[in-house]
Design a protein around this ligand. Sequence first.
Ligand code: PBG
Length: 346
Amino acid sequence: MCVITQNARMQTGNMALFPIYRGRRLRELPALRRMFAETRLSADQLVLPLFVRPGRKERRPVASMPGVSQLSADELVRDAADAFAAGVPAVLLFGIPEKKDARGSEAYSARGVVQEAVRLLKKELPDLVVITDVCLCEYTSHGHCGVVGKHRGGRVILNDPTLKLLAQTAVSHADAGADIVAPSDMMDGRVAAIRTALDRAGHQQIPILSYAAKYASAFYGPFRQAAESAPKFGDRRTHQMAPPNVEEALREVAMDIAEGADIVMVKPALAYLDVLYRVKSEFGYPTAAYSVSGEYSMIKAAAANGWLDEKAVIMEMLTALRRAGADIIITYAAVEVARWLTPCRT
Ligand code: PBG
């Protein structure tokens, strides 16, 4: 019989005779609580998403995401430098192109917004880890993550023709100097296609952070305003995962690892802690959680109304992601959090 059960049994008898487990003993002092915290959150684990747009000295606030702006590359370098100085080691770039077309050609143009921003970032901040989001939805006129074609009388996103364009996008990011590429499109086989293309282009050392278990979530609403990437018709449910499923998430992750993913992601984070826990415990792979736009904006909105304590809620939420199994966390609050965690840094 285990000790705890034995104690519990004895407690139901004569309370005075036997030691009682008292959880409060190790909670009495702040320093004790610090010593026995089982989960630690550190700025080293944070990634800040940034939105880059064409132009110079441009800073356009995103209405649905207080504190987040679309930035021209020069302004982006400034924000990235502040983040790095605050202790955030990495940024994740999304692009808003000059013009969109049916095949999202600015996504894989050597002179695209993201490619230019990556070159500037790596020149100005060589130690910052630059991760690039690889997807077509911000670049296509229809707002879908791939090439649209006809099937059974309706419009569908064509899987295999999209793979070529995604691979081209990833290679163009790596050519520009990206340190990690992060495919978020959810086409089948994209990790293998990107790995093969990167290797052929001489980028064997560039890791792939795969949005492996990415759900078709209503929590992406504010982001689609920020990235101007809402689909013009239909939705993303034919390729992103259905919220009720978790076994399927494990299959998606297993496939992406087999295809060569170096880091796997669960997205969104807060409503998918069970998925995060299972992915981390079954694969033991470097695991990322993406605390998405809706998670951020709902806290900002509640805090603005005086309904929630912003700092306390954000810290509790991010700690929960770590407890569930996240090694790294992508969050729009990365800079504030880094400052809260390391108050003596600039
Ligand atoms: C697709 C992409 C999306 C997000 C990241 N990459 C949106 C979508 O799938 O529609 C959402 C991130 C967020 O909500 O913060 N390129």
